[in-house]
Design a protein around this ligand. Structure first.
Ligand SMILES: Nc1ncnc2c1ncn2[C@@H]1O[C@H](COP(=O)(O)OP(=O)(O)OP(=O)(O)O)[C@@H](O)[C@H]1O
Length: 545
């Protein structure tokens, strides 16, 4: 990638000069505290000793901090300029952070006022890779200008690197800088471990048109209700597993869902000139870089080809860099090979990992995902300037729903029994007549003829993607269900690659009465669509209601 050297005066003109400010009412808070049993209890009502200090940051340095769930840090910019992963803080208001690990960087120096309600990990750092990241931003801007002038596609950038290498933070920074210059890039999240503008387990794409939120980042729940920031409605596809390289079937499922997302993104690019010239920024799961498995390299190849990647940025792995450089540098992009394009080749660049990147342990990530799920249903009203949603709980006859269980990735041997027993119609046992049909108590129709996925699942066993549940199982309790934009009797391939129109939370299962109690973010009947229960991912969240 050709980049101009970092020039702070120029940066000042371009980034700060063009960056639209945002007003206070646009400030939202980090969502989702207060899940009992997950270490996410609400901050205590007891008066706390709050320590307030001032930090002077010299130009080019950053203040790094970590704050646990249930604790908070308040930050005020007293003077100068400052940004959190590229999004500017404005002078005056207080920003509240909870359950987060991040850094506030200054290009020109600033004074911050920090109030802690408990001792937190925090320090200032002079050495950061921000100059490199700013150069990447300028290089992308040059490409966008060229794309604009010649009516071509802007850069399609893939970020790869191990877990906690700073991929998402880099993506946020590049996105925020692009937005501050009035661009509208498409941000794609291919990391099912955490949701971007959606719940964990999903792959998403969103045309980002407005400034990111300082406290909340991407935001997590615009699908479920009004938002204080202009809504960035994402395209959401359900993957429903955590690790795409776990085994062959997980990888094949990932590739199928990813291809559909790539198709949707390419459709969007062809209709939206602003997104077309701004290009695409893609985040990936760390597992693709953590392993040398051929499955991972096969998936990377698939992403590069499906999204017509023009630039690959590698963070924090020399091994991966040399591998990707050998495989992709100067190779034609897939849009060139399919003859739609001028001669365009792939550029691979290595970037430094920030010394501020912190490992997020399993407990933190679990709390983080639980917070995202809770925010989807309840909003963020318990925090500064958040919005409260009024979710609706309703009891539904199980047999009115078409719930399909994702069969892929179910490694837990205890589930073998679950799947063998629970999903056989009407409690049939293994000796039942092979030809006996699956019942549908609502319509009295044969599910073999009416529900290809269920029929395929019943007949095929291995090789099928979904199995339709014919009776409620307690295992559903506390899990998320994805409502797919697919008919209840769609084929399993259709269900697999349909977009998600919303999520439900299973509050209670009444096996004896054949009823299930569902929480939805808005009032209204559960749509008659195929509903997918991924079982393993996202993990169950106990006690949300
Ligand atoms: N400069 C920094 N200072 C402090 N914290 C940082 C900094 N950069 C990143 N972090 C934090 O480090 C953690 C890991 O960073 P990030 O999520 O960007 O990594 P990632 O490569 O996307 O990880 P994963 O692959 O696991 O999703 C995050 O909590 C992030 O906010």
């Amino acid at each position: 990638m050709h980049s101009r050297p970092y020039d702070s005066a120029n940066l000042d003109d371009i980034l700060f000069g063009a960056g639209p400010g945002f007003d206070l009412c646009n400030v939202m808070s980090l969502p989702g505290l207060g899940l009992p049993g997950l270490g996410l209890e609400e901050p205590s009502e007891q008066p706390q000793t709050t320590e307030t200090t001032q930090h002077e940051l010299s130009s080019g340095s950053e203040w790094r901090f970590e704050v646990a769930f249930g604790k908070c840090v308040k930050v005020r910019l007293l003077n100068g300029t400052a940004e959190l992963f590229g999004t500017e803080l404005i002078e005056g208001p207080t920003y509240t952070f909870s359950g987060t690990k991040a850094a506030i960087f200054t290009h020109h120096g600033c004074t911050l006022e920090i109030s802690n309600d408990a001792p937190q990990s925090e320090y200032s750092a002079e050495e950061t890779p921000m100059a490199e990241y700013v150069n990447v931003h300028f290089a992308l801007e040059t490409l966008r200008n060229e794309a604009q002038a010649r009516g071509r596609d802007g850069p399609r950038v893939l970020v790869l690197g191990p877990s906690n290498a700073g991929k998402t933070s880099l993506l946020k920074t590049l996105t925020a800088y692009a937005i501050r210059l009035g661009r509208q890039p498409i941000v794609v999240n291919l990391d099912p471990e955490e949701g971007v503008l959606s719940l964990p387990g999903t792959l998403t794409a969103a045309a980002i048109r407005a400034l990111l939120d300082v406290e909340e980042g991407w935001g997590s729940s615009p699908m479920s209700g009004p938002s204080a920031i202009p809504v960035k409605l994402p395209l959401v596809y359900n993957y429903g597993l955590c690790d795409p390289v776990a085994d062959d079937r997980s990888a094949a499922h990932y590739k199928a869902v990813l291809s559909k997302l790539a198709l949707a993104v390419s459709g969007r690019l062809s209709e939206d000139p602003l997104a077309k010239e701004a290009g695409v920024l893609i985040d990936t799961p760390g597992t693709l870089a953590n392993t040398t498995k051929s499955l991972a390299s096969n998936i990377i190849q698939h992403i590069v080809s499906e999204f017509s990647i023009s630039h690959v940025l590698i963070l924090g792995s020399e091994r991966l860099y040399s591998d990707i450089l050998r495989r992709f540098e100067n190779k034609p992009t897939s849009s060139t090979t399919s003859n739609h394009h001028h001669n365009e080749t792939i550029t691979v660049a290595k970037l430094s990992k920030s010394g501020g990147c912190v490992d997020r342990d399993m407990a933190f990530m679990r709390s983080f995902r639980a917070a995202q799920i809770r925010a989807y249903f309840f909003g963020t009203g318990h925090l500064t300037n958040g919005i409260t949603l009024s979710p609706r709980q309703q009891q539904v006859d199980f047999n009115q729903l078409a719930i399909y269980r994702l069969l892929i990735g179910d490694q837990d041997p205890t589930n073998a029994t679950v799947s063998a027993d629970l999903f056989r119609p009407g409690g049939q046992d293994d000796n039942d007549d092979e030809d006996e049909d699956i019942y549908n108590p609502t319509t009295n129709h044969s599910l073999k003829s009416q529900h290809p996925a269920a029929a395929a699942a019943a007949e095929g066993g291995a090789g099928t993607i979904f199995q339709r549940l014919t009776s409620p199982t307690p295992a559903l309790q506390s899990h998320i269900l994805a409502i797919m934009n697919a008919d209840p009797d769609a084929t399993e391939e259709d269900i697999q690659t349909s977009g998600v129109i919303g999520f439900l939370y299973v509050a209670e299962v009444d096996e004896t009465r054949g009823k299930i109690s569902l929480l939805s973010p808005v009032a209204g009947r559960v749509p008659r669509r195929a509903i997918v229960w991924s079982r393993g991912w996202p993990e169950e969240v106990v006690g949300i209601v």
